[in-house]
Design a protein around this ligand. Structure first.
Ligand code: TRP
Length: 445
C-alpha cells in the first residue's frame, strides 16, 4: 500500500521532526525547572535509553515488518487473534485528541512571534496578565491563529508522506536546528550561561522526589512521540535498507540534544536576570518574554527567533500526530486521503475549538464536563491514559505476541546478540512495568 517511501535522510528528519516539538522546547525546560535541574536531567536521560529508545525500536519493528497502517499492522502481524489485536492499532485515534489542543498551543506561539516582533511585556506581572488575558478572554485571535495552525498542518498532510511530510521536514528541521544553534551561541555570551550549565548538568539528588521519576518517564514517552502509532506509521514508509537501530538512536539523540539546547538557552536567559527556574508552564510564555523585554532590541530578535523555532518544531510534530489516523482511515475504509482528511480534520477542529473555548471566561461553563474543562480533559485523557496504554500494548505485542525469530531476523543485521537480548528483555519487562507505574500514578494519585 505504501508506494511512496521516505528517503533515508527524509525518514530521520521526519521522525526527528515528530519527536522534536513543544515537548522539547516548552515542556522539557519547565519540568526540569520544577524538578530541580541536573538530577532530573540524569533520570530523564536514563528513561530515554531504557524505556523510550526500547519502545521506539519496538514501534519501528511493527511498522517495518508490516509496512501497513497501524490497524492493519496489528491485525496481520498477530499470529492468531488478529481480529482482536487490530483494535490496538486504533490507538491512532488518540492523534485526533492530542492534535486538537496541540494546535491551540501552536496558535499561542504564533501570537508570541508577533508579540516578540512588536512590544514585549515590561515585567513579569504584565507578562502574566497578557498571557492570562489571551487565554481566558481573546476568542477571536486565538481562533484565527488556531485555524491557521490547523490549515498548515492539514495542507502538509494532504500531500502525503513524500511530497508533504518529507518535504516539510527537510525544509523546517534544518532551519530549526540553525536557529537553535545561533541561540545557543548567543547564550554563551551571557553571564547566566555558566549557571545554566551548572543547573542542568550538575546533579543534586536532594532536589528530586519520586514524582520526578514519574515526570521523567511520562515525558520520555511524549517527547519521542510514542504510544499512538506515529513512529509505527512513519516506519511503514522506511526505505528498504535502512539501519533501523542506528536510525532510531539518531532520532532519540537528536531529540535529546535539542531539548538540552533549549534548556541551556532558556536558563541562561532566566539566570542572567536572576529569575527563578521553577516557573511551571509559564516559563516560556510568561517569564521569558518579560526578560527579553529587558534586553532591548536584541531581546526582540531573540524572541522572534525563539518562537519561530518553536512554531517549526510544533508544526512538524502536529503533522506526525495527524498522519497515523489519516493513514489508518484511508486503508481501513478504502477512501481517499482527501476524504479521510476532511472527516478527521472536522473532528479535530471541533474538539480544538471546544478546548480553546474551555479556557474563556463566561463560555467555559458550556464546555466543561464533570467539573473539568475540555482542554484539561483532552490533555489528561491522551497523556495520562491513552499514550501509556498504547505504549503498553506495543511492548506486549512486540515482546510476547510477534514471534521472537521474526524480530531477531529483522534486527540481526543491525545489532549484536547481547544488545538484542538486553533490548528484548527490556521491551518485555522493564518497559511495560515502567509504563504501568506511571499510568497508575497519574490516574489514581
Ligand atoms: N513528540 C512531540 C513533542 O515533543 C509531540 C508528538 C508528536 C507526540 N507525535 C506524537 C506525542 C505522538 C505523542 C504521540 O512535542
Amino acid at each position: 500500500m505504501n508506494n511512496a517511501r521516505f528517503s533515508r535522510i527524509g525518514f530521520i528528519l521526519a521522525a526527528a521532526g515528530s519527536a522534536v516539538g513543544l515537548g522539547n522546547i516548552w515542556k522539557f525546560p519547565y519540568i526540569t525547572g520544577e524538578n530541580g535541574g541536573g538530577a532530573f536531567v540524569l533520570i530523564y536521560l536514563m528513561t530515554i535509553v531504557f524505556i523510550g529508545l526500547s519502545l521506539f525500536l519496538a514501534e519501528v519493528v511493527i511498522g517495518r515488518l508490516s509496512r501497513e497502517d497501524s490497524v492493519t499492522a496489528f491485525e496481520t502481524l498477530a499470529p492468531k487473534n488478529g481480529k482482536l489485536w487490530k483494535y490496538s492499532g486504533w490507538m491512532v485515534v488518540n492523534g485526533v485528541i492530542i492534535l486538537s489542543f496541540y494546535l491551540v498551543v501552536i496558535g499561542w506561539i504564533f501570537k508570541y512571534i508577533y508579540i516578540s516582533a512588536t512590544t514585549l511585556p515590561q515585567n513579569v506581572e504584565n507578562s502574566s496578565a497578557a498571557f492570562g488575558g489571551m487565554v481566558t478572554t481573546d476568542i477571536t485571535n486565538q481562533l484565527i491563529l488556531f485555524t491557521i495552525a490547523f490549515i498548515i498542518t492539514a495542507l502538509i498532510v494532504s500531500k502525503g508522506i513524500k511530497k508533504g511530510i518529507e518535504k516539510a521536514n527537510i525544509i523546517l528541521m534544518p532551519m530549526l536546528i540553525v536557529i537553535l544553534i545561533a541561540l545557543l551561541y548567543y547564550s554563551t555570551t551571557l553571564d547566566g550561561f555558566s549557571k545554566a550549565i551548572e543547573f542542568l548538568f550538575v546533579p543534586d539528588f536532594s532536589k528530586v522526589h519520586s514524582s520526578s521519576i514519574l515526570a521523567a518517564v511520562g515525558h520520555a514517552f511524549f517527547t519521542l512521540s510514542l504510544g499512538m502509532g506515529t513512529i509505527m506509521t512513519y516506519s511503514a514508509s522506511l526505505p528498504k535498507k535502512t539501519n533501523l537501530v542506528r536510525a532510531s538512536a539518531i532520532v532519540a539523540l537528536l531529540d535529546t540534544i535539542i531539548a538540552l539546547i533549549a534548556g541551556v538557552v532558556i536558563f541562561a536567559i532566566i539566570f542572567n536576570f536572576g529569575a527563578e527556574p521553577a516557573q511551571g508552564p509559564g516559563l516560556v510564555f510568561i517569564s521569558l518574554p518579560a526578560i527579553l523585554h529587558d534586553m532591548g532590541f536584541i531581546g526582540n530578535i531573540i524572541g522572534v527567533a525563539f518562537f519561530v523555532a518553536l512554531a517549526f518544531a510544533g508544526i512538524t510534530s502536529a503533522v506526525s500526530i495527524l498522519e497515523p489516523t489519516v493513514m489508518a482511515v484511508i486503508n481501513r475504509f478504502n477512501t481517499s486521503r482527501m476524504k479521510a482528511l476532511i472527516v478527521l480534520g472536522l473532528i479535530t477542529y471541533i474538539l480544538g475549538a471546544m478546548a480553546l473555548l474551555s479556557n474563556i471566561e463566561g463560555i467555559k461553563e458550556y464546555v466543561t464536563f464533570f467539573g473539568t474543562g475540555t482542554f484539561d480533559i483532552l490533555d489528561f485523557l491522551s497523556a495520562s491514559i491513552l499514550l501509556p496504554l498504547g505504549g503498553m500494548l506495543v511492548a506486549i505485542f512486540v515482546g510476547f505476541i510477534i514471534k521472537k525469530e521474526v524480530i531477531y531476523m529483522l534486527l540481526k543485521p543491525y545489532m549484536n546478540d547481547t544488545v538484542f537480548k538486553i533490548w528484548y528483555f527490556s521491551i518485555r519487562f522493564i518497559t511495560p512495568l515502567g509504563v504501568m507505574i506511571v499510568m497508575i500514578n497519574k490516574v489514581f494519585f
